[in-house]
Ligand binder design. Structure first.
Ligand SMILES: C[C@@](CO)(OP(=O)(O)O)[C@H](O)COP(=O)(O)OP(=O)(O)OC[C@H]1O[C@@H](n2ccc(N)nc2=O)[C@H](O)[C@@H]1O
Ligand SMILES: Nc1ncnc2c1ncn2[C@@H]1O[C@H](COP(=O)(O)OP(=O)(O)O)[C@@H](O)[C@H]1O
Length: 292
């Protein structure tokens, strides 16, 4: 975070799910989950500038709302009201994370605004308090406050740190479809799942610092919904493996596929081969560690 009197710049990092299990549907309509989440360096940039009056949001891409329906705006409104702040803020959002991609781009923006305004307005709220505010905005928002490698349970908002995944490179490839998270959970049927993650095994491999072990245990039960609707996801997974990724999996509710690579050069080679297949959005990122 860079601060300069009345202006502050915050990065909002995307996430991938190394493991995603859905346990059951709860009476409140959410699904109880168990996920291993990992932050990656593909990021939006948010500039917060002191501003008289109200909250104003500028976004750099068409198709993304710049009103109170944007999670960045909602985060500012929530913390402003909670802390009883009278002044406003100008939020400038430089969006790089693709929309509705399974990468938690909106959640990352919301978390970055909470952290940034806590700093800009000198509120001194603890991460624990910010996390409670974050959970009001979305299930993935608390994780985006912490980043790193975390076990997420409940509806995704209950976090416990895991040993960090040793630094590795992540290829992200998104086909030209947007997948609404609510639809994927709504269509989820446990009896259609072929492979469930073994989260205990993945935790053990993280403790051992074994990227190979983690790569061998990637699993996401939401693939059972999104891949039949968008078979190009399975094709991208196959291509990632063919070009040399250690493993490949759909992230979150999809449709983005991520692949793991041990070195940057190899990740870049895989990314350029995927681009030749006409996949519109391909990125190379690296793992991001937890904030202290
Ligand atoms: C699937 C995951 C995996 O990390 O990420 P994305 O693919 O969206 O990035 C998350 O569980 C998404 O979290 P998030 O995107 O914050 O979801 P929310 O805004 O809280 O909820 C959107 C909708 O998804 C459904 N939902 C969400 C989380 C959950 N544990 N059970 C659910 O059933 C609910 O219908 C809810 O109305
Ligand atoms: N700041 C934001 N960035 C991205 N999407 C946002 C934002 N605020 C609201 N949204 C809405 O949330 C939807 C899904 O957001 P996103 O976080 O990108 O999905 P996912 O969690 O699947 O990666 C988008 O279609 C968009 O309309």
């Amino acid at each position: 975070m860079r601060r300069n009197l009345d202006m502050l710049t915050v990065k909002a990092f995307a996430k991938i799910n190394l493991a995603l299990d859905v346990l059951y549907k709860r009476p409140d309509g959410y699904h109880e989950v168990a996920m291993v989440m990992q932050a990656v360096s593909l990021a939006d940039t948010i500039i917060l500038t002191s501003h008289p009056g109200d909250i104003v949001l500028n976004v750099n891409i068409p198709g993304l709302p710049d009103d109170a329906s944007n999670l960045a705006y909602r985060a500012a409104a929530l913390i402003k009201e909670y802390a009883g702040i009278q002044q406003g803020v100008l939020i400038t959002l430089d969006k790089r994370i693709p929309l509705a991609a399974g990468l938690a781009g909106g959640s990352a923006d919301a978390a970055a605004v909470l952290k940034g305004l806590n700093n800009l307005w000198e509120l001194n709220l603890s991460l624990d308090k910010l996390s409670k505010l974050a959970a009001k905005l979305g299930s993935d928002v608390p994780f985006c406050l912490y980043n790193g490698t975390m076990l997420a349970t409940g509806r995704g908002e209950l976090l416990s740190p895991l040993p960090p995944l040793p630094k590795c490179y992540v290829i992200l490839a998104k086909p030209a479809v947007e997948v609404p998270t609510a639809w994927v959970y709504q269509e989820f049927k446990a009896d259609r799942v072929q492979v469930r993650p073994d989260i205990a095994a993945m935790s053990k491999f993280l403790e051992q610092g074994s990227i190979d072990g983690v790569a061998g245990n990637l699993a996401n039960v939401l693939e059972s919904v999104t891949i039949p609707a968008h078979p190009e996801i399975a094709k991208i997974k196959e291509s990632m493996l063919k070009y040399g990724a250690m493993a490949a999996l759909m992230s979150g509710s999809g449709p983005t596929v991520f692949g793991l690579a041990g070195c940057q050069k190899q990740a870049e080679v895989i990314a350029s081969q995927l681009k030749t297949e006409g996949i519109p959005e391909v990125f190379v990122a690296e793992t991001v560690s937890k904030v202290e």
